[in-house]
Design a protein around this ligand. Structure first.
Ligand code: ADE
Length: 352
């Protein structure tokens, strides 16, 4: 069987030739820059992250810039990237580091994992990549590499499998070249040992890979079948007055927390019922046209959401009732610096 030393040697040799060395967060490495990258990369692929990362770094070049910014500006830069709690956690963590650590990024695992949004693997990546400290990561890519390499056929999300994988990952972690090793593991998972089309011939570890030997590469990692997700429905009320659209800030609960979205209504609903409800909610509005748009689906971790947009143009609005504190009339012509969920942004772009 492969020893830790020989795995490290083969992997690092592969990394020197094929590893990624020009990713934006690999230049001018600071804990801040590495941390932001790791958070963006938690649920999003490298190619998608890069333009967001570059914009983020231009707007917030330092931890201090991020901590001092309004949350809305942070959310605005996150529009379209998804999993918005990451943006909120970044902002909160930046403020916590300013206050509790005097602006110095903590460099111990125990400190890092108390910060919002930083789990053990992300903390490991920050320690290894930014501080060159011996630390272990175990993200989705690395889990795939290790389950295949060791031919682990137990379901990947079982607690026992997770414990086993952490043990293996720790035991394989080298003392030297820790940043390169960490990047190499991630790169191998992302570019060679991919989920659907692994290129085993290009893998430096394929001779030692049990999944490869037993022709199980596409079966591993095993997953227990997920329960089907429930389907929820909602109607987006796109209330348009001239070139302005009514948006309201979502509560700090559920999906899209703190982002700006359309008021919602139960669906299905008849247009006459809807008009009545709107008159009651916003007295004095005069509805001119109503138009149902095609329903589309967004999928979250726990459910599907079928969204039916209903476009209503109004000719009169009551300023008193509409545009209370958590509502704004969003101008279609001038982009306001607020966070918008991707489907909301797409619908607003369509209206232009
Ligand atoms: N995925 C998670 N972290 C990464 C990193 N530092 N580089 C490339 N892909 C990653």
């Amino acid at each position: 069987m492969l020893t830790a030393t020989s795995l490290q040697r083969q992997l690092l040799k592969w990394f020197d030739q094929y590893g990624r060395k020009n990713l934006p967060w690999q230049a001018n490495k600071t804990p801040y820059r590495v941390w932001v990258a790791e958070i963006m990369l938690q649920q999003t692929q490298v190619a998608t992250v890069i333009p967001y990362y570059l914009r983020f770094m231009t707007t917030f070049p330092t931890l201090q810039h991020l901590a001092n910014a309004p949350l809305d500006t942070v959310l605005h830069l996150w529009t379209g990237l998804g999993y918005y709690s990451r943006a909120k956690n970044l902002h909160r963590t930046a403020n916590m580091i300013m206050q509790e650590y005097n602006g110095h990024f903590p460099d111990h695992l125990e400190q890092l994992t108390t910060l919002p949004g930083i789990g053990t693997s992300t903390a490991g990546a920050i320690l290894a990549c930014a501080f060159n400290r011996k630390a272990t990561i175990l993200d989705g890519n690395v889990k795939r590499v290790l389950t295949r390499l060791y031919g682990i056929e137990n379901p990947i999300n079982d607690k026992k499998t997770q414990t086993q994988l952490w043990e293996i990952a720790k035991q394989l972690t080298p003392t030297k070249r820790i940043a390169d090793y960490t990047q190499a593991m991630m790169d191998l998972g992302a570019t060679v040992c991919t989920r659907r089309k692994p290129t085993c011939k290009a893998c430096p570890l394929h001779k030692n890979c049990i999944a490869n030997k037993n022709d199980l590469t596409l079966q591993i990692p095993y997953k227990t079948r997920e329960k089907p997700k429930p389907i929820k429905q909602t109607g987006f009320l796109i209330l348009q007055y001239k070139q302005e659209i009514l948006l309201e800030r979502r509560v700090m609960k559920g999906v899209w927390q703190g982002l700006w979205s359309f008021p919602e209504t139960k669906v299905p609903i008849t247009l006459s019922k809807l008009k009545k409800a709107l008159q009651a909610e916003f007295n004095n509005i005069a509805i001119y046209t109503t138009h149902m748009l095609p329903t589309f689906r967004r999928t979250f971790s726990h459910y599907h959401l079928d969204i039916t947009p209903i476009h209503l143009t109004i000719t009169k609005r009551s300023n008193k009732k509409i545009a209370k504190e958590q509502q704004i009339w969003y101008s279609l012509q001038s982009e306001t610096s607020i966070g918008l969920p991707k489907p909301v942004k797409q619908l607003l772009d369509q209206l232009l």
